[in-house]
Design a protein around this ligand. Sequence first.
Ligand SMILES: Nc1ncnc2c1ncn2[C@@H]1O[C@H](COP(=O)(O)OP(=O)(O)OP(=O)(O)O)[C@@H](O)[C@H]1O
Ligand SMILES: [Mg+2]
Length: 253
Amino acid sequence: MNENQFDIRIENTSLYYGSASVFKQITHYFASKAVTSVIGPSGTGKSTLLRTFNRMNDRIEGFRATGDVWVGGQNIYEEDIDVYALRQSVGIVFQKPCVFPKSIYENVIFGIKRLQPERKKEFADLTEQALRKVSLWTEVKDRLNEPGLSLSQGQQQRLALARTLISKPDILLMDEPTSSLDPRSARAIEDLILSLKENHTIVLVTHNIGQAKRVSDETIFVCNGEICESGPAEKLLENPCCQETRDYLNQGR
Ligand SMILES: Nc1ncnc2c1ncn2[C@@H]1O[C@H](COP(=O)(O)OP(=O)(O)OP(=O)(O)O)[C@@H](O)[C@H]1O
Ligand SMILES: [Mg+2]
């Protein structure tokens, strides 16, 4: 196996909040240019794991990671890592749309305005490209100066995604991105995930097993501080090996 073909690799990784461990010595290579869904009971550490990949947990007091976390060829918990550059190449989208009290346009350029101010002349074009990518352009092109918060929840989630995509991340982390959306908006995001996987490595946390089946190539099931089971999504979700996975999947039936 060629290790370099994986954008994200964790090896003997343990994650802690203070003295409490969330994961103990887990190892997994995430498939590149594919969607890996992460499923498992509430409180088992799915969000913690996702935030580990772009060091979003750094802000949480007491958080600690040991072992290796390789992202894009870098061991990202080494000291000399440029965390801002890392977060440009590893974008994250949360359950609740993250929209700032600014205009639609300012929301889209929020990150690049700070990190790439020299590209100011391109901002308008980049905004259009990003909004087209998330199928929001036609809905907002005549109201770019209106508040982002005036959009519907589904539109706000696509706006947040446009802001993430404008930085051209290689990796997209999505933490229950559709759980606060109506079914139609949720399907729009799922369609987007499917179209984005051609060029992005996507890790998706979801409690929606139907969604995991529809969009993911690989699935991992986490439970009791471990990755209990991983493999092709269809096989794992239809015919799991572990009793824990079976019990979890049967709860929803
Ligand atoms: N900021 C924090 N400080 C201390 N402990 C935390 C913090 N955030 C989460 N935890 C603990 O870490 C464990 C994993 O939490 P996490 O939010 O990653 O779970 P999850 O699998 O995403 O759950 P859910 O499905 O409900 O979103 C839980 O026991 C939680 O209480
Ligand atoms: Mg969570």
